[in-house]
Design a protein around this ligand. Sequence first.
Ligand code: NAP
Length: 244
Amino acid sequence: MKQYGLVGHPLDHSFSKQFFTDKFIRENLTNCTYKNFDIKDISQVKTVVNNTPELMGFNVTIPYKEQIIPYLHKIDSEAAEVGAVNTVKITNGKWTGYNTDIYGFKQSLKPFLEISQERALILGTGGASKAVYYVLNSLNINCLFVSRTPKKDNEISYNDVNEYVIRNHQIIVNTTPIGTFPKIDEKPEICYNEITSKHLLYDLIYNPDETQFLKEGRKKGATTINGLQMLKIQAEKSWKIWNE
Ligand code: NAP
């Protein structure tokens, strides 16, 4: 038996368990199972692993993507640079951490990128925003973060996102949870009037399919992408890491 799983809290609405369960059925992987490990404190991850000897690896989600790092024996260089881990592989009792959100975001974004898109606005400054920044930066796209509480030089507040800022940032990525089910009527407060068909709006949220943020973009003719493709690509990448 090969066991895989997800460590986080809460996990009631997690996508991964359904994704891997469907995959195992589709690919006739009858010796594989995927389980949710809902733990209230990251220190419990040791007990989870000790009590699950057949565990080959696990995904990590909110709120533990950063807190897992001290528990690792090794960390992949990209994950270390981003400072967040969402995939752990266990080999002979040693834990190695990876960040497949980076790969998922990059691969899902690439087909939609245009040369004219040189600057991006990243809404939110949490864990996922760091992977987004890492990818955009590696593609030579200049990034500006939008935060409720801007602290650094490359962070501005929502009040600062005026027409000029929107006109000058052709890529806008929502990495905040605003608009996630059940609060589907909410959207980040930015100046949607200035969005054009030259803009690319990417929402990391995948439930609902189309958030208010993406709806506003679509109404203005922008290209819009939701988080579903990223989610699937990062999950498949985790699978590859566990099995290579
Ligand atoms: P996180 O660490 O909690 O960060 C979210 C950030 O959004 C916060 O740091 C905060 O930035 C901002 N924010 C939070 N609540 C807000 C509010 N009420 N109003 C305005 N801004 C708010 O979460 P995360 O891990 O980065 O995940 C963020 C989102 O991405 C979640 O919806 C998650 O499901 C999604 N995600 C999707 C994928 C995928 O594969 N599609 C992968 C990873 C994450 P400021 O304090 O600076 O404002």
